[in-house]
Write a protein that binds this ligand. Sequence first.
Ligand code: SF4
Length: 226
Amino acid sequence: MKRVSQTSKPFSNQIHNPASIAPALKTIAALRTAAHDCKGCDLWETGTQTVFGEGPSKPQIMFVGEQPGDQEDRLGHPFVGPAGKLLDRALEEAGIDHSKVYLTNVVKHFKWIAAARGKKRIHKKPRYSEINACRPWLDAELRVVKPQILVCLGSTAAQALLGRTFSVTRQRGQLIPAPLAPVVMATVHPSSILRAPDENARHQQMQAFINDLKIVAQLARKAKAA
Ligand code: SF4
């Protein structure tokens, strides 16, 4: 996909407050087009492009992560880097059809700092102000997609959507009462598995992740049969 230069964006389309436009838009396509020119926080300057959510028009399950990573930023699609590939594997093992889920992030631009050496871009956790600035896009996605099952991936997404005291370590895999969707759950972000200290730990963390997704698969089957 063509890399989009931020400086090439037409000035007239710039959006400085997503809350002023996102609630009125009724389709993911319209939201994606509008978010392309978002300058609701400073992250538009560091990210290559807005990486909006993707998936079928009426998915049963919506996954929400933290923010696009290095490859997502370059390619313009969510969950296409190493963590996304790991998520694909876990979905397959849990029996969830990847083509039927909607994938997005709480923050739509990649936040990074330059590595001390070389050209590597190191992921940096977004601030609450950035998460809040981007929230109207996520709220609009939730309103349009209306998932039966919402899964937060990692503590940034879980705390943004379920409250700052939410603990993924303690509450992963549990059903959380929340008005966001009929079923709401949180588990780890797949990137945390990539950071495991050794192969054994990585294997164990992957199995635990797959087990959480198997709960999601079971809930999805149950909801479909109801
Ligand atoms: S991170 Fe969100 S609010 Fe900030 S510029 Fe990007 S799309 Fe807009």
